[in-house]
Design a protein around this ligand. Sequence first.
Ligand SMILES: Cc1cc2nc3c(=O)[nH]c(=O)nc-3n(C[C@H](O)[C@H](O)[C@H](O)COP(=O)(O)OP(=O)(O)OC[C@H]3O[C@@H](n4cnc5c(N)ncnc54)[C@H](O)[C@@H]3O)c2cc1C
Length: 293
Amino acid sequence: MYDFNNIYQPKTVKEALEMKKAHPDALLLAGGSDILIQCREGRLAGRDVISIYTLDELRGICMEDDGTILIRPLTSFSHITNNPIIKKYIPTLGDAVDQIGGPQIRNIGTIGGNICNGVTSADSATTLKTYDAILEIASVDGIRILPYADFSKGPGRVDLREGEMLTGIRIKKDSYENTFGKYIKYSMRRAMDIATLGCSVNVRLTEDKKKVDRVRIAFGVAGPVPLRALSAEESLKGQLISEELLEAASQAVMADVNPRNSWRASKDFRIQLIKELTRRALRSSIEQAGGEF
Ligand SMILES: Cc1cc2nc3c(=O)[nH]c(=O)nc-3n(C[C@H](O)[C@H](O)[C@H](O)COP(=O)(O)OP(=O)(O)OC[C@H]3O[C@@H](n4cnc5c(N)ncnc54)[C@H](O)[C@@H]3O)c2cc1C
Protein backbone atom coordinates (compact mmCIF):
# COMPACT_ATOMS: atom_id res chain seq x y z
CA MET A 1 0.00 0.00 0.00
CA TYR A 2 2.82 2.40 0.90
CA ASP A 3 5.84 2.36 -1.34
CA PHE A 4 8.56 2.86 1.33
CA ASN A 5 12.10 1.60 0.95
CA ASN A 6 13.25 0.98 4.56
CA ILE A 7 11.33 1.78 7.75
CA TYR A 8 13.49 2.47 10.81
CA GLN A 9 11.95 2.33 14.27
CA PRO A 10 14.16 3.98 16.89
CA LYS A 11 13.46 3.31 20.59
CA THR A 12 14.85 6.62 21.88
CA VAL A 13 15.28 10.20 20.64
CA LYS A 14 19.05 9.67 20.70
CA GLU A 15 18.68 6.63 18.44
CA ALA A 16 16.32 8.56 16.13
CA LEU A 17 18.86 11.37 15.76
CA GLU A 18 21.63 8.87 15.02
CA MET A 19 19.43 7.28 12.36
CA LYS A 20 18.64 10.70 10.89
CA LYS A 21 22.37 11.43 10.68
CA ALA A 22 23.05 8.06 9.03
CA HIS A 23 20.10 8.47 6.62
CA PRO A 24 19.73 12.24 6.05
CA ASP A 25 17.17 11.81 3.26
CA ALA A 26 14.88 9.60 5.34
CA LEU A 27 11.48 11.10 6.18
CA LEU A 28 10.51 11.51 9.82
CA LEU A 29 7.10 9.93 10.33
CA ALA A 30 5.01 11.30 13.22
CA GLY A 31 1.21 10.80 13.00
CA GLY A 32 1.54 10.31 9.25
CA SER A 33 -1.60 12.30 8.35
CA ASP A 34 0.37 14.39 5.86
CA ILE A 35 3.11 12.15 4.62
CA LEU A 36 1.29 8.82 4.40
CA ILE A 37 -1.13 10.49 2.00
CA GLN A 38 1.74 11.74 -0.12
CA CYS A 39 3.32 8.25 0.00
CA ARG A 40 0.10 6.60 -1.11
CA GLU A 41 -0.21 9.07 -3.98
CA GLY A 42 3.30 8.05 -5.04
CA ARG A 43 4.81 11.48 -4.42
CA LEU A 44 7.23 10.10 -1.81
CA ALA A 45 7.60 6.66 -3.36
CA GLY A 46 10.73 4.68 -2.54
CA ARG A 47 11.83 6.86 0.40
CA ASP A 48 13.34 5.64 3.66
CA VAL A 49 11.24 6.46 6.71
CA ILE A 50 12.16 6.91 10.38
CA SER A 51 9.05 6.40 12.50
CA ILE A 52 9.22 8.55 15.66
CA TYR A 53 5.56 8.05 16.61
CA THR A 54 6.27 5.66 19.50
CA LEU A 55 8.84 7.95 21.17
CA ASP A 56 6.84 8.95 24.24
CA GLU A 57 9.61 11.27 25.46
CA LEU A 58 8.48 13.54 22.57
CA ARG A 59 4.86 13.58 23.75
CA GLY A 60 3.05 15.66 26.38
CA ILE A 61 2.72 19.13 27.86
CA CYS A 62 4.23 20.50 31.05
CA MET A 63 4.99 23.76 32.80
CA GLU A 64 8.63 24.53 33.53
CA ASP A 65 9.85 26.22 36.75
CA ASP A 66 9.74 29.74 35.27
CA GLY A 67 6.17 29.30 33.98
CA THR A 68 7.19 28.45 30.42
CA ILE A 69 4.75 26.02 28.77
CA LEU A 70 6.53 23.18 26.97
CA ILE A 71 4.63 21.25 24.31
CA ARG A 72 6.41 18.19 22.97
CA PRO A 73 5.98 17.81 19.19
CA LEU A 74 4.23 14.42 19.12
CA THR A 75 1.35 15.73 21.23
CA SER A 76 -1.87 15.12 19.31
CA PHE A 77 -4.42 17.85 18.72
CA SER A 78 -7.02 16.20 20.97
CA HIS A 79 -4.52 16.00 23.81
CA ILE A 80 -3.68 19.68 23.37
CA THR A 81 -7.34 20.72 23.46
CA ASN A 82 -8.02 18.65 26.58
CA ASN A 83 -4.82 19.46 28.46
CA PRO A 84 -5.46 21.39 31.72
CA ILE A 85 -2.43 23.68 31.25
CA ILE A 86 -3.55 24.65 27.75
CA LYS A 87 -7.16 25.09 28.90
CA LYS A 88 -6.09 27.38 31.73
CA TYR A 89 -3.40 29.50 30.09
CA ILE A 90 -3.67 29.33 26.28
CA PRO A 91 -7.17 28.03 25.45
CA THR A 92 -6.94 29.78 22.07
CA LEU A 93 -4.42 27.12 20.99
CA GLY A 94 -6.73 24.33 22.17
CA ASP A 95 -9.65 25.88 20.23
CA ALA A 96 -7.51 26.35 17.12
CA VAL A 97 -6.36 22.73 16.91
CA ASP A 98 -9.88 21.55 17.73
CA GLN A 99 -10.88 22.90 14.29
CA ILE A 100 -8.46 20.64 12.41
CA GLY A 101 -9.86 17.94 10.10
CA GLY A 102 -12.19 15.61 12.01
CA PRO A 103 -11.89 13.55 15.22
CA GLN A 104 -9.66 10.86 13.66
CA ILE A 105 -7.20 13.45 12.31
CA ARG A 106 -7.19 15.26 15.67
CA ASN A 107 -6.33 11.99 17.43
CA ILE A 108 -3.49 10.99 15.12
CA GLY A 109 -2.14 14.36 13.87
CA THR A 110 0.61 16.02 15.89
CA ILE A 111 1.44 19.67 16.48
CA GLY A 112 5.04 19.03 15.40
CA GLY A 113 3.90 17.60 12.08
CA ASN A 114 1.54 20.53 11.62
CA ILE A 115 4.31 23.13 11.80
CA CYS A 116 7.11 21.07 10.21
CA ASN A 117 5.16 20.59 6.98
CA GLY A 118 5.41 24.37 6.56
CA VAL A 119 2.03 25.06 4.98
CA THR A 120 0.34 28.44 5.37
CA SER A 121 -3.03 26.88 6.31
CA ALA A 122 -1.72 24.95 9.35
CA ASP A 123 -4.27 25.73 12.06
CA SER A 124 -1.84 25.63 14.99
CA ALA A 125 0.65 27.94 13.30
CA THR A 126 -1.06 31.32 13.67
CA THR A 127 -1.75 30.94 17.39
CA LEU A 128 1.80 29.69 18.02
CA LYS A 129 2.99 32.81 16.18
CA THR A 130 0.89 35.14 18.31
CA TYR A 131 2.36 33.55 21.43
CA ASP A 132 5.95 33.95 20.18
CA ALA A 133 6.61 30.21 20.33
CA ILE A 134 10.23 29.12 20.56
CA LEU A 135 11.38 25.88 18.95
CA GLU A 136 13.84 23.34 20.30
CA ILE A 137 15.51 21.57 17.40
CA ALA A 138 17.86 18.65 18.04
CA SER A 139 20.55 16.80 16.12
CA VAL A 140 23.39 14.51 17.21
CA ASP A 141 25.48 17.69 17.58
CA GLY A 142 23.18 19.21 20.21
CA ILE A 143 20.19 21.51 20.54
CA ARG A 144 19.40 24.64 18.57
CA ILE A 145 16.83 27.18 19.81
CA LEU A 146 14.93 29.07 17.15
CA PRO A 147 12.03 31.56 17.39
CA TYR A 148 9.10 30.08 15.47
CA ALA A 149 8.94 33.46 13.70
CA ASP A 150 12.15 32.47 11.85
CA PHE A 151 11.16 28.86 11.04
CA SER A 152 9.21 29.32 7.78
CA LYS A 153 11.37 29.51 4.69
CA GLY A 154 8.64 29.50 2.04
CA PRO A 155 5.61 27.40 1.09
CA GLY A 156 6.22 23.89 2.45
CA ARG A 157 9.77 24.77 3.54
CA VAL A 158 11.05 25.23 7.10
CA ASP A 159 14.41 25.76 8.73
CA LEU A 160 15.16 22.13 9.55
CA ARG A 161 18.73 21.30 8.60
CA GLU A 162 20.30 17.96 7.75
CA GLY A 163 19.95 15.47 10.62
CA GLU A 164 17.59 17.70 12.65
CA MET A 165 14.31 16.99 14.38
CA LEU A 166 11.86 19.22 16.27
CA THR A 167 11.87 18.18 19.95
CA GLY A 168 10.00 20.99 21.74
CA ILE A 169 7.75 24.03 21.41
CA ARG A 170 7.93 26.57 24.24
CA ILE A 171 5.71 29.50 25.13
CA LYS A 172 7.13 31.84 27.75
CA LYS A 173 5.06 33.14 30.65
CA ASP A 174 5.40 36.76 29.51
CA SER A 175 3.87 35.79 26.16
CA TYR A 176 0.67 34.29 27.57
CA GLU A 177 0.21 35.87 31.03
CA ASN A 178 -2.99 37.94 31.30
CA THR A 179 -3.78 37.48 27.62
CA PHE A 180 -7.12 36.56 26.09
CA GLY A 181 -7.44 35.37 22.55
CA LYS A 182 -9.52 34.03 19.72
CA TYR A 183 -8.78 31.95 16.63
CA ILE A 184 -11.24 32.09 13.76
CA LYS A 185 -10.97 29.68 10.86
CA TYR A 186 -12.96 30.40 7.74
CA SER A 187 -13.37 27.31 5.58
CA MET A 188 -15.89 26.20 3.00
CA ARG A 189 -16.98 23.25 5.18
CA ARG A 190 -17.24 22.99 8.95
CA ALA A 191 -15.04 19.87 9.13
CA MET A 192 -12.42 18.08 7.03
CA ASP A 193 -11.46 21.25 5.21
CA ILE A 194 -8.35 23.37 5.47
CA ALA A 195 -8.63 27.10 6.12
CA THR A 196 -9.50 29.51 3.33
CA LEU A 197 -8.27 32.00 5.89
CA GLY A 198 -7.28 31.74 9.56
CA CYS A 199 -6.89 34.63 12.02
CA SER A 200 -5.55 34.41 15.56
CA VAL A 201 -5.56 37.37 17.94
CA ASN A 202 -4.68 37.83 21.58
CA VAL A 203 -4.72 40.95 23.73
CA ARG A 204 -3.55 42.16 27.09
CA LEU A 205 -5.43 45.22 28.34
CA THR A 206 -4.21 47.97 30.64
CA GLU A 207 -5.17 47.60 34.32
CA ASP A 208 -8.23 49.87 33.97
CA LYS A 209 -9.31 47.77 30.94
CA LYS A 210 -9.75 50.90 28.85
CA LYS A 211 -6.79 50.51 26.50
CA VAL A 212 -4.84 47.90 24.60
CA ASP A 213 -1.59 47.23 26.40
CA ARG A 214 -0.42 44.66 23.85
CA VAL A 215 -2.02 42.94 20.88
CA ARG A 216 -0.83 40.06 18.71
CA ILE A 217 -2.39 39.27 15.34
CA ALA A 218 -1.45 36.47 12.93
CA PHE A 219 -2.95 35.02 9.77
CA GLY A 220 -2.84 31.77 7.85
CA VAL A 221 -3.36 31.77 4.06
CA ALA A 222 -2.87 35.55 3.95
CA GLY A 223 0.55 34.99 2.39
CA PRO A 224 2.80 32.09 1.35
CA VAL A 225 3.56 31.24 5.00
CA PRO A 226 1.72 31.91 8.30
CA LEU A 227 2.48 35.52 9.22
CA ARG A 228 2.27 38.10 12.03
CA ALA A 229 0.73 41.52 11.40
CA LEU A 230 3.59 43.32 13.13
CA SER A 231 2.99 46.86 11.87
CA ALA A 232 -0.71 46.65 12.77
CA GLU A 233 0.16 45.39 16.27
CA GLU A 234 2.48 48.35 16.79
CA SER A 235 -0.11 50.88 15.61
CA LEU A 236 -2.78 49.52 17.99
CA LYS A 237 -0.65 49.59 21.12
CA GLY A 238 -2.02 52.00 23.74
CA GLN A 239 -5.24 52.68 21.79
CA LEU A 240 -8.59 53.21 23.56
CA ILE A 241 -11.10 50.39 23.27
CA SER A 242 -13.82 51.46 20.87
CA GLU A 243 -15.63 50.45 17.70
CA GLU A 244 -13.17 52.71 15.86
CA LEU A 245 -10.31 50.57 17.18
CA LEU A 246 -11.76 47.50 15.45
CA GLU A 247 -12.05 49.42 12.21
CA ALA A 248 -8.51 50.79 12.55
CA ALA A 249 -7.20 47.25 13.16
CA SER A 250 -8.99 45.86 10.11
CA GLN A 251 -7.40 48.57 7.95
CA ALA A 252 -3.95 48.40 9.57
CA VAL A 253 -3.48 44.66 8.96
CA MET A 254 -3.67 45.25 5.21
CA ALA A 255 -0.08 46.56 5.29
CA ASP A 256 1.13 43.18 6.63
CA VAL A 257 -0.65 40.66 4.42
CA ASN A 258 -0.23 39.37 0.89
CA PRO A 259 -3.16 37.09 -0.01
CA ARG A 260 -3.51 35.50 -3.43
CA ASN A 261 -6.07 34.00 -5.76
CA SER A 262 -6.47 30.25 -5.54
CA TRP A 263 -9.16 27.76 -6.51
CA ARG A 264 -10.48 28.02 -2.94
CA ALA A 265 -11.02 31.78 -2.95
CA SER A 266 -10.13 34.97 -4.80
CA LYS A 267 -7.66 37.50 -3.45
CA ASP A 268 -10.52 40.02 -3.02
CA PHE A 269 -12.55 37.59 -0.95
CA ARG A 270 -9.52 36.83 1.22
CA ILE A 271 -8.99 40.57 1.76
CA GLN A 272 -12.58 40.85 2.93
CA LEU A 273 -12.04 37.86 5.25
CA ILE A 274 -8.84 39.34 6.66
CA LYS A 275 -10.63 42.55 7.60
CA GLU A 276 -13.75 40.89 9.00
CA LEU A 277 -11.96 38.14 10.94
CA THR A 278 -9.61 40.75 12.44
CA ARG A 279 -12.60 42.74 13.69
CA ARG A 280 -14.34 39.68 15.11
CA ALA A 281 -11.29 38.04 16.71
CA LEU A 282 -10.15 41.35 18.24
CA ARG A 283 -13.63 42.11 19.59
CA SER A 284 -13.88 38.66 21.15
CA SER A 285 -10.40 38.89 22.69
CA ILE A 286 -11.10 42.33 24.19
CA GLU A 287 -14.47 41.25 25.58
CA GLN A 288 -12.94 38.12 27.16
CA ALA A 289 -10.30 40.38 28.74
CA GLY A 290 -13.05 42.46 30.37
CA GLY A 291 -12.97 45.41 27.97
CA GLU A 292 -16.21 47.15 27.02
CA PHE A 293 -17.23 48.74 23.74
C1 LIG B 1 -8.36 14.50 6.00
C2 LIG B 1 -7.35 15.48 6.50
C3 LIG B 1 -7.78 16.69 7.00
C4 LIG B 1 -6.86 17.62 7.47
N1 LIG B 1 -7.31 18.82 7.94
C5 LIG B 1 -6.43 19.73 8.41
C6 LIG B 1 -6.89 20.97 8.93
O1 LIG B 1 -8.10 21.25 8.96
N2 LIG B 1 -5.97 21.85 9.40
C7 LIG B 1 -4.63 21.57 9.37
O2 LIG B 1 -3.84 22.42 9.82
N3 LIG B 1 -4.16 20.40 8.89
C8 LIG B 1 -5.02 19.48 8.40
N4 LIG B 1 -4.56 18.28 7.90
C9 LIG B 1 -3.12 18.06 7.81
C10 LIG B 1 -2.47 17.24 8.95
O3 LIG B 1 -3.38 16.47 9.66
C11 LIG B 1 -1.66 18.09 9.90
O4 LIG B 1 -0.73 18.89 9.21
C12 LIG B 1 -0.95 17.25 10.98
O5 LIG B 1 -0.60 18.12 12.00
C13 LIG B 1 0.31 16.57 10.53
O6 LIG B 1 0.87 15.92 11.68
P1 LIG B 1 1.36 14.42 11.59
O7 LIG B 1 1.89 14.05 12.91
O8 LIG B 1 0.31 13.56 11.00
O9 LIG B 1 2.58 14.65 10.56
P2 LIG B 1 3.31 13.65 9.56
O10 LIG B 1 2.46 13.41 8.36
O11 LIG B 1 3.86 12.47 10.25
O12 LIG B 1 4.52 14.61 9.17
C14 LIG B 1 4.31 15.85 8.51
C15 LIG B 1 5.66 16.47 8.17
O13 LIG B 1 6.31 16.93 9.35
C16 LIG B 1 7.56 16.27 9.53
N5 LIG B 1 7.71 16.03 10.96
C17 LIG B 1 6.78 15.51 11.80
N6 LIG B 1 7.23 15.54 13.06
C18 LIG B 1 8.46 16.08 13.02
C19 LIG B 1 9.44 16.40 14.02
N7 LIG B 1 9.24 16.16 15.32
N8 LIG B 1 10.61 16.96 13.62
C20 LIG B 1 10.83 17.22 12.32
N9 LIG B 1 9.94 16.97 11.33
C21 LIG B 1 8.78 16.40 11.69
C22 LIG B 1 7.48 14.99 8.71
O14 LIG B 1 8.75 14.52 8.32
C23 LIG B 1 6.65 15.49 7.53
O15 LIG B 1 7.45 16.21 6.64
C24 LIG B 1 -5.47 17.33 7.44
C25 LIG B 1 -5.04 16.09 6.95
C26 LIG B 1 -5.96 15.17 6.50
C27 LIG B 1 -5.49 13.85 5.98
